[in-house]
Design a protein. Structure first.
Lengths: 186, 436
């Protein structure tokens, strides 16, 4: 199997074959990221397409110092954010939702049987503003300050959105796994 | 408390970490080929190298002209007795000269006009010092009326002994400024030329590109246009103008069928693509079905939705003509190695081309069917050109030029195949130039 560097070099000389090779190798992982942020398949395919165009356009700037997959993932995430901002910025409600105290959580072992697709579907079903904050904070590891800057919201809003997202997801997970019942009966 | 990482976060992070979902098949088809970015430094270096080459050529030519040219430009010599120049030429002292056996003697007008026309019989003996003879000319065979001035080019006249001119203390050149004549006034040349050529291309080490080039044949290329040249000196001229050049390939063994729109309607801008060395041909004509056996044809039609090969379609072609036309602005330097009636010259320079036509066709003659265009072709190119040609002076004002020309594309034609695909051509340029 060709190394990433060889494929990147091939892409930089304009080889369409290498571009396709790069796409085939990484598009499944990146498409999952797109779905996570986009919420539906139509939007996700647009993000993937737009993201890959940017990846190819900026390939010459990749310094080979960090993870190539991580570099591509950041481009995809930024593309998704850009689209989100363009779509929702004018309609956003900049109020600070009431911050609710998270309930006591079950242990992660209780969710061991969850399939990745189930988790993905749960995220996709989240309202956009909750989904974006949860993805950026919980999955990507950004701070609330960074999330606020990325989405054009305040830190407080980021926190409350995250809290709400967690609450929704927790309920969904519990329903899916039957943990609620057990917890109730315990 | 929010900074504490709740378990739900870990569940999702770990659960989604290695998730892969196959994207829809058509996403890749909608991602355009990646343009190859040429560094500015490389472009600037290329242009600088071209300019440096031109300057060097000019300096070299100027140096050669200064060191080898005849100091006297005589364009008119008349038979003695006809006073067309009011010039005082008294030879004060002249050394005996030896007359070449085949030379005819021509006397320049003198203050005291000789009573007899010049001729070979007038040639003095070796021992006698000539009183009026200053030059002999190797006169070409021309039909000249007795009263008409004879036009001579500078290389047809040899100064035997200019000596010193009485009273003036000046040399012949400064005493006869008006004898420089008409040739010096004809500084401009206006011409039209046609240059048919055959194109070639090289693939470098790229195996796929080599494979594609092997399945393509260069179409006859041509360049035509009008040009204006300015004579910097007798031998050196700079030339520019405007032209149209056409190059292209024939992509062989691609079967093209018409009638697909009767069975399959689409919203996309193209249905089929064909990989070529110069880029990806996108078949915007969605009535066509394309097929080949060399994995060059791609399609947006999902395999499980339709199989056009089973439809009743009409074959309209078995290959694709890929044509690119450029509007060109050349800048050339031309130097005459031999400046005679039949001369020899060398030329070199660069041409800037702007893409004005990018088409792909199939069929022949009047049955040409447009397929689409090639994606990723550069809108601009720079080519260098070198020629060594023959020049024939048909008359005082008209020149015919014929020269073999080698042309090399400095910038690649295609942004897709990058620096690997740079065609070159060898051809003949011929044209007429009018002096004024």
């Amino acid at each position: 199997m060709a190394k990433d560097k060889e494929i990147i070099d091939g892409c930089l000389t304009g080889s369409r074959r290498d571009q396709e090779l790069l796409y085939r190798r990484y598009s499944p992982k990146l498409y999952a990221v797109c779905l996570q942020y986009a919420g539906n398949t139509e939007e996700a395919r647009d993000v993937l397409q737009e993201g890959f165009i940017k990846i190819f356009e900026n390939l010459s700037h990749f310094s080979h110092e960090g993870s190539f997959e991580g570099w591509m993932r950041r481009i995809i995430v930024n593309t998704a954010l850009e689209r989100y901002r363009n779509r929702y910025y004018l309609n956003r409600v900049d109020d600070i939702d009431e911050v609710t105290e998270p309930e006591a959580e079950p242990d992660t072992d209780d969710f061991a049987g969850l399939e990745a697709f189930d988790l993905l579907n749960m995220i996709m079903e989240l309202p956009p503003k909750y989904r974006m904050v949860f993805n950026l904070y919980a999955i990507e590891g950004y701070s609330h300050k960074e999330v606020g800057e990325m989405l054009g919201i305040s830190e407080g809003t980021s926190k409350s959105n995250l809290s709400r997202a967690r609450e929704i997801l927790q309920k969904k997970v519990m329903i899916l796994t039957g943990v609620t019942k057990r917890m109730v009966h315990v | 408390m929010f900074e504490r990482e709740p378990n739900i976060d870990i569940v999702f992070r770990n659960g989604l970490k290695n998730l892969e979902v196959l994207p829809p098949a058509d996403v890749w088809d909608n991602i355009p080929p990646m343009p190859v970015k040429h560094s500015r430094l490389r472009i600037i270096s290329g242009i600088a190298a071209g300019v440096a080459a031109l300057v060097s050529l000019s300096l070299l030519a100027t140096w050669y002209v200064r060191n080898n040219s005849t100091p006297l430009l005589l364009s008119e010599v008349t038979a003695p007795g006809r006073d067309i120049r009011d010039v005082s030429l008294d030879i004060a002292k002249a050394a005996p000269v030896t007359r070449p056996a085949e030379a005819r003697i021509v006397n320049l007008p003198a203050t005291t006009a000789p009573s007899e026309p010049a001729g070979l019989s007038d040639m003095p003996a070796m021992e006698e010092a000539p009183t009026e003879l200053i030059a002999y000319a190797d006169l070409p065979e021309r039909d000249v009326l007795p009263d008409e001035p004879v036009q001579l080019f500078s290389d047809e006249i040899t100064i035997i002994n200019a000596g010193r001119f009485k009273g003036a203390g000046e040399n012949l050149k400064t005493t006869l400024p008006d004898l420089k004549g008409a040739k010096a006034d004809q500084r401009f040349l206006l011409g039209a030329s046609l240059s048919p050529a055959m194109g070639f291309s090289r693939s470098g080490d790229d195996a796929r590109l080599a494979e594609l080039i092997n399945s393509e044949k260069s179409r006859p290329a041509y360049t035509t246009g009008v040009s204006v040249a300015y004579r910097i000196s007798d031998r050196l001229s700079i030339q520019s103008g405007i032209g149209l050049s056409s190059i292209g390939q024939t992509i062989s063994d691609v079967a093209v069928y018409a009638g697909l729109s009767d069975y399959y309607s689409v919203k996309s801008s193209y249905l089929y693509s064909v990989e070529t060395a110069a880029g990806l041909i996108l078949a915007g004509n969605t009535d066509l079905y394309l097929a080949d056996s060399k994995a060059r044809v791609g399609t947006l039609i999902p395999g499980n939705m339709a199989d056009p090969s089973k439809y009743r379609l009409t074959q309209v072609g078995s290959d694709i003509q890929q044509v690119f036309r450029y509007l060109e602005l050349p800048v050339m330097i031309r130097y005459k190695l031999i400046d005679r009636k039949v001369g020899l010259n060398v030329s070199g320079g660069v041409a800037y081309g702007f893409l004005v036509d990018n088409s792909a066709y199939t069929g022949e003659g009047s049955d040409l069917i447009r397929i689409g265009h090639t994606e990723g072709v550069s809108n601009f190119n720079l080519s260098s050109q070198l020629g060594l040609g023959m020049e024939y002076n048909i008359s005082h004002k008209l020149i015919f030029n014929l020269e073999p020309v080698f042309r090399y594309y400095v910038t690649p034609l295609s942004e897709i195949s990058g620096s690997l695909y740079k065609p070159y051509s060898v051809g003949f340029s011929s044209g007429f130039f009018f002096k004024f």
